[in-house]
Design a protein around this ligand. Structure first.
Ligand code: BGC
Length: 737
């Protein structure tokens, strides 16, 4: 297929779309017809003015240079007549438009290209094929500007110009089958129209989301509708989007004079609010605007509800954080000049994501890219895909907790779905990442030095720091131990010889003990007036990692736990954890007998806490604990997304502790159902569609008692453990207690 790439014959740059077109006839008695199609840039395929299929933003985002560009295959039998016009419209997209930290465009190519192979099969068994070649014509297109970060202009007055016959193109990238989930339009929202104190006209769609805004309108030819996008209003109720940084997100619709239907096809925006900056009439018809949500099509498998509306809103925000950021790759955020596959964010949210939705295929695709981009030395980078020049060097460095996506995600997916292939596909990457860490540190069994994101956005370092105070050396060495442990576990499942990793793990544990644990264990809170952080060793995140990654003995756990509880007290009864500590802190408490403290954190309403953003009206997860400060001002414009799923990792705790659904054998073959009820939740009802069928765990405070109901699928064995000590072994079917 690669030899069929075509491009425009003209060398001038198009920041919008161009269209490749061809007329063709088919004979009588077609039995079936299909096409394989792809592009450098984003394509939309039309036959006889009808869009083929329901996918958008094709061919998707992969590691174009290291793995290849996906092609899609469509059955086009129903689209064909005797005489046909086929058009492939291509716009810059991820490959040619702006993408990445370094504010560069043309990361993968300096122009768009298209490629397609059509096969028409007749009832008599014969078949004919034709492909993109120099018999195709090239035209300009009414989408005169389209860019992932900067938005889209659709000019319905545009008269397409013939640019000449297509020329063959030599695209250096492989074409690969599409193995992910299709990106499709999902649901839609209507808006209410607000007039802000500044007099701006703003549509409020009521939900922060990823997608675009469609408009039906008829007005004077050449008049414009110009839209800006934002996630929140400022404290005075005015439109705000400085947090989008350099990403302009401007959508312009230019009217034809007839009844127009507008909708972007080559960009997407992250938004709840839309400011109407230009409009052809004095009165705005809010009804004419529809927000369309776009994300990868994933099957919903998990649900959680309870009797506390704030926690339900938190859960809603977790789900919407995922919907907004699972757009072909797991992105950090959908609105500013990033929208990148940040490995750390993907890693911390993976377990929650994989309980909410079936994300196996979605991650099969992304892990294929992660493997393809792993360095020869085992290095795993901060983002994936990571095209050349997409980020400044400083941001692509291997960082502990980010690069550990290479071990944590495969292991997590194996736990959730029970498919050993996930491990066999990724085992080599997992081992090589551990080898990288082994070689990287300035000491053999500790990862000291190097540059790390650290406990990103933790608030213990003070107001304006991006990194918490936990020692990055401690974090790096803790993840070195943990990833080695995961390699051992994965290797055991696959029947590999893991003895070298066992020895390595023991050595890392001993080195960690000497470097960190001894000081931590002997720390005496009474000897200090304020906590001495011991150079970043005495922090909540450090205690959490020690407990969760098995870095101390069983006997020592109690002391580390008591340190953790004291550190929470010192921090005003709140968390001081960032991206690294937060996913584990609740588990570290509840697994060690302090579910009471975990619940205290859950119900905390002052920042940093989950309910703080809920109280501030969030409809998605925030990147920063205090993205909007208590006085209503913003934390900063720089690192302040209101749609960042990382702290949504609390979802896993809601499923596995509040509802008590714990996986003992991969794929829910064996589970423990051990809910830890709390009266403030009133009731919990949580279900997961496991590979064996639907599983339900629920409880409710009724009068003075707690009533439980469990449904266990056939093929799953469950141990039920209740807080009052009741235990039931090997349960199946429906159980009421
Ligand atoms: C991203 C994060 C990411 C981080 C690296 C940010 O700009 O939005 O979510 O993990 O950089 O520390």
């Amino acid at each position: 297929m690669e030899k069929h790439w075509i491009k425009s014959p003209r060398s001038e740059k198009y920041f919008g779309a161009i269209r490749f077109a061809k007329n063709f006839q088919v004979g009588d008695c077609v039995s079936s017809a299909k096409v394989r199609v792809s592009s450098v840039g984003l394509y939309e395929l039309q036959i006889n003015d009808q869009k083929v299929g329901n996918r958008v933003l094709t061919p998707g985002f992969t590691s174009y240079n290291m793995r290849g560009i996906q092609y899609q295959e469509y059955d086009i039998t129903e689209y064909l007549s005797d005489e046909n016009t086929v058009c492939i419209t291509v716009a810059p997209g991820w490959a040619v438009g702006y993408i990445g930290y370094a504010h560069n465009k043309e990361i993968y190519a300096d122009h768009v290209s298209a490629c397609a192979v059509f096969t028409v099969t007749y009832q008599n068994g014969t078949a004919e094929t034709f492909s993109t070649d120099s018999s195709w014509a090239v035209y300009t297109h009414p989408v005169t500007h389209a860019d992932i970060y900067n938005g889209e202009t659709i000019d319905k007055t545009h008269i397409p110009q013939f640019l000449g016959a297509a020329e063959p193109d030599a695209v250096p990238y492989r074409l690969i089958p599409d193995i992910g989930e299709p990106i499709c339009e999902q649901e839609s929202f209507k808006a209410v129209l607000l007039t802000t104190p500044k007099g701006e006209k703003v549509l409020d769609f009521g939900q922060n989301m990823t997608g675009y805004v469609a408009l039906k309108i008829q007005g004077e030819r050449g008049r414009k509708v110009r839209l800006s996008f934002g996630e929140v209003l400022d404290r005075d109720g005015n439109f705000y989007n400085e947090n989008y940084r350099t990403s302009k997100n401007e959508v312009v619709y230019i009217l034809s004079g007839e009844a127009d239907d507008f909708k972007p096809a080559f960009s997407f925006q992250g938004f709840r609010y839309v400011r109407i900056d230009e409009y052809p009439f004095a009165q705005i018809d809010a009804e004419a605007f529809t927000a369309i949500v776009v994300h990868s099509e994933l099957k919903r498998i998990g649900n959680f509800e309870c009797g506390n509306q704030k926690i339900n809103q938190l859960y809603h925000n977790i789900i919407w954080g995922q919907k907004s950021n699972y757009l072909d790759i797991p992105t950090d955020c959908p609105q500013r000049d990033e929208r990148l596959g940040w490995t750390g964010d993907a890693q911390v949210f993976c377990r929650t994501a994989g309980t909410n939705y079936d994300v196996k295929k979605f991650f099969d695709k992304w892990l294929s890219d992660l493997r393809a981009e792993q360095g020869a030395d085992g290095a795993v980078y901060g983002t994936c895909p990571e095209g050349p020049g997409m980020s400044t060097r400083a941001h692509t460095r291997t960082s502990a907790a980010w690069a550990d996506a290479a071990t944590i995600i495969p292991w997590t997916l194996y736990q959730l779905y029970g498919d050993q292939k996930i491990l066999s596909d990724n085992y080599d990457m997992m081992c090589r990442w551990v080898e990288y860490m082994h070689a990287a540190g300035t000491e053999e069994y500790l990862w000291l030095g190097g540059w790390h994101y650290g406990d990103w956005l933790a608030l213990d370092a003070g107001a304006d720091s991006y990194q918490g105070i936990t020692s990055t050396d401690l974090i790096a060495s803790a993840f070195f131990a943990y990833s080695t442990q995961l390699v051992i576990q994965a290797g055991e499942v696959l029947g590999k010889d893991v003895s070298p990793y066992r020895a390595l793990h023991q050595n890392v544990l001993s080195a960690f003990r000497k470097a960190y644990l001894e000081d931590i264990l002997s720390y005496d809170f009474d000897a200090h007036e304020n906590v001495d952080p011991l150079g970043g060793k005495m922090t909540q995140t450090a205690m959490v990692l020690i407990l969760q990654f098995g870095l101390c003995t069983e006997d020592e756990k109690e002391r580390i736990l008591s340190h953790l509880v004291k550190l929470i007290d010192y921090f005003g009864g709140k968390m001081s954890t960032g991206f690294v500590g937060t996913p584990y802190i609740m588990h570290a408490l509840s697994q060690n007998g302090r579910a009471d403290v975990a619940y205290k954190l859950l119900f905390n309403e002052a920042p940093p806490s989950w309910l703080y953003s809920v109280n501030k009206g969030a409809t998605t997860m925030w990147e920063h604990w205090n993205g909007i400060k208590e006085d209503g001002t913003f934390w900063s414009a720089d690192m302040n997304s209101f749609n960042h799923y990382a702290y949504g990792s609390i979802g896993d705790w809601l499923y596995s502790v509040a509802a008590g659904i714990k996986i003992d054998e991969p794929g829910y073959k064996k589970v423990t159902l051990a809910p830890q009820p709390d009266e403030r939740l009133g009731y919990v009802k949580s279900s997961v569609k496991t590979p064996y069928g639907p599983l339900l765990s629920s409880w409710a405070y009724v009068d003075d008692a707690i009533k439980y109901k469990f449904i266990i699928p056939e093929g799953t064995t469950a141990t039920i453990i209740l807080p009052d000590g009741r235990a039931l072994q090997n349960c199946t079917g429906e159980i009421r207690l």
